[in-house]
Write a protein that binds this ligand. Structure first.
Ligand SMILES: Cc1cc2nc3c(=O)[nH]c(=O)nc-3n(C[C@H](O)[C@H](O)[C@H](O)COP(=O)(O)OP(=O)(O)OC[C@H]3O[C@@H](n4cnc5c(N)ncnc54)[C@H](O)[C@@H]3O)c2cc1C
Length: 471
């Protein structure tokens, strides 16, 4: 990066908070995508500069400067993205949000929490654990993710069944536009339950993968904490029996926090990788159901209802963990699924279909696995119809992209689209899925997306050419 740019950035944030050291810059330029899908992820461009602002005003000045001088900018949160969402492909200013991590303000009356964008999920959960009445339900797998990053990625994760994804939790957000203005989109600090004034620009921001603005503050809904919880592990001989039980559980009016599906071989290997034990060993795989209820009676009633439905669908038995420690351990094992295999992963499309179609999608993936002779471990947010199906190295000893990678990926996306689904339910488009976006949307729809990007970012400086290309 040119010396004058570095000096100008130092004038905005102070010398201490501008970094050009190649190794440190690289550690911010890469993301989890590189750790896990190094072969297909793009190489980060050299000559980037890292800037660590401490407030919205500094971000505003950086954006104004970058916009005037046409310098690409990429925001960085916890760096846990999985689709090469913010790996610089040209010399860029990398705005790291980690210093904006102080404010976690709980408003009991309005049942909200307002966080600086750089607060990690881990810090938020820690702060809320001191509070015995209110909690935040969502849990994407890595607690190093920041609240700003989760908002801009519309993260989902394990516990979205009852309460929805990030979009459903956000009451308000503040951001800096690519042209430098600080905005709150009329959200009045997130205190309003209802606001129908004009287009909802904050919801456009949610899920925009850092292309429309830099989030500086987020106000989230909190829920009353249900005092009783338990996690059920329900093994099935046949995978499709497990999937057929899921809609029936929900139709019965039992709405758990989470309904996950894990395959036997992989979940045992994941537990082993952590030096822990998974309680079920028989059958093709398990439903993992996290229940949270207001009374012990309700908890056991829901558990019994689920057990009955699963028995009707040939479950082997029902195992129940009801101490906080046991439950925490099961969630920890489930969350370790990707880290346990990351060395051998090439890519992980997170295709999503209506929950009723998940069994058919998995059958189709089995066919593809056979057709390409490809090992494809998978796990599913079963009640969300959201599947993580991994494309693996052909030979773990040989670091090579399999010849069939592009073709198999295309067929996986097509299978999801044919079943009324989407190419990504969680991880976003990033660099890895940009080409496939055109499989899902019409030309007109893509044109509208481009116009929106141009309206927010006329000089195409913020996360340029992510999601859609601006010619
Ligand atoms: C082991 C593992 C498991 C995961 N499981 C799930 C899961 O179950 N569900 C799920 O949804 N995700 C999951 N993820 C993905 C990831 O945690 C989410 O996408 C997360 O929301 C990203 O947050 P972050 O702070 O790490 O963002 P980063 O990775 O730093 O950035 C992600 C994108 O957001 C942009 N960005 C970051 N912060 C801001 C900001 N303040 N303003 C504007 N743009 C910004 C970046 O430019 C980039 O495009 C998982 C990741 C890992 C590593």
């Amino acid at each position: 990066m040119e010396k004058t740019v570095v000096n100008d950035l130092m004038n905005i944030v102070g010398e201490k908070w501008v970094d050009t050291d190649a190794e440190r810059v690289f550690s911010y330029a890469k993301e989890w995508t590189i750790e896990s899908y190094g072969l297909v992820a793009p190489e980060p461009a050299e000559d980037c500069v890292v800037v660590k602002p401490c407030e919205a005003q500094e971000i505003s000045e950086i954006m104004e400067y970058a916009n005037e001088n046409s310098i690409p900018v990429l925001p960085k949160g916890g760096n846990t993205a999985l689709s090469a969402n913010a790996i610089p492909d040209e010399p860029s200013i990398i705005i790291v949000l980690e210093r904006m991590n102080e404010k976690i303000e709980i408003d009991e009356q309005n049942m909200t929490v307002t966080c600086d964008a750089g607060v990690t999920l881990e810090s938020l959960l820690e702060k809320l654990s001191e509070h015995d009445k209110l909690y935040f339900p969502l849990h994407p797998g890595d607690e190093g993710a920041q609240i700003g990053g989760m908002a801009i990625m519309n993260a989902g994760g394990v516990r979205a069944v009852r309460d929805g994804v990030m979009r459903d939790q956000i009451r308000g957000l503040k951001a800096v536009l690519p042209t430098g203005e600080i905005v709150d989109f009329g959200n009045r600090d997130g205190k309003l339950i209802k606001n129908n004034a004009g287009y909802d620009l904050s919801h456009l921001m949610i899920g925009s993968e850092g292309t429309l603005g830099i989030v500086t503050e987020v106000t989230l809904d909190l829920k009353p904490e249900p005092p009783y919880s338990a996690t059920l592990i329900i093994p099935f001989e046949k995978r499709n029996d497990a999937f057929r039980a899921v809609p029936e559980i929900l139709q019965e009016g039992i709405i758990p926090l989470a309904i996950e599906y894990v395959e036997r071989e992989q979940i045992l290997a994941t537990a082993e990788d952590l030096g822990k034990e998974w309680p079920a060993t028989e059958g093709a795989g398990d439903l993992m159901v996290i229940l949270a209820e207001d009374s012990e009676e309700d908890l056991f009633e829901s558990a019994a209802g689920i057990e009955n439905i699963c028995e009707e669908h040939n479950s082997i038995n029902t195992l129940m963990a009801d101490t906080t420690q046991e439950e925490k351990e099961l969630l920890e094992i489930r969350s370790h699924f990707l880290p346990a295999i990351e060395d051998d992963v090439v890519d992980c499309p997170d295709i999503t279909v209506p929950r009723s179609e998940l069994g058919d999608l998995m059958d189709k993936l089995d066919e593809l696995s056979e057709e390409y002779d490809a090992d494809m471990p998978l796990m599913a947010h079963a009640a969300d119809g959201n599947l993580h199906a991994f494309i693996m190295l052909e030979d773990p000893e040989v670091d090579e992209i399999p010849d069939y990678y592009e073709e198999l990926k295309h067929d996986m996306y097509q299978a999801a689209l044919d079943l009324g689904g989407t190419i990504t339910g969680e991880h976003g488009v990033g660099a890895l899925r940009k080409k496939q976006l055109k499989m899902q949307y019409t030309e007109r729809e893509i044109e509208i997306m481009k116009s929106l990007k141009q309206a927010f970012d006329p000089n195409n400086v913020l996360s340029p050419n992510r999601i859609v290309d601006i010619d």
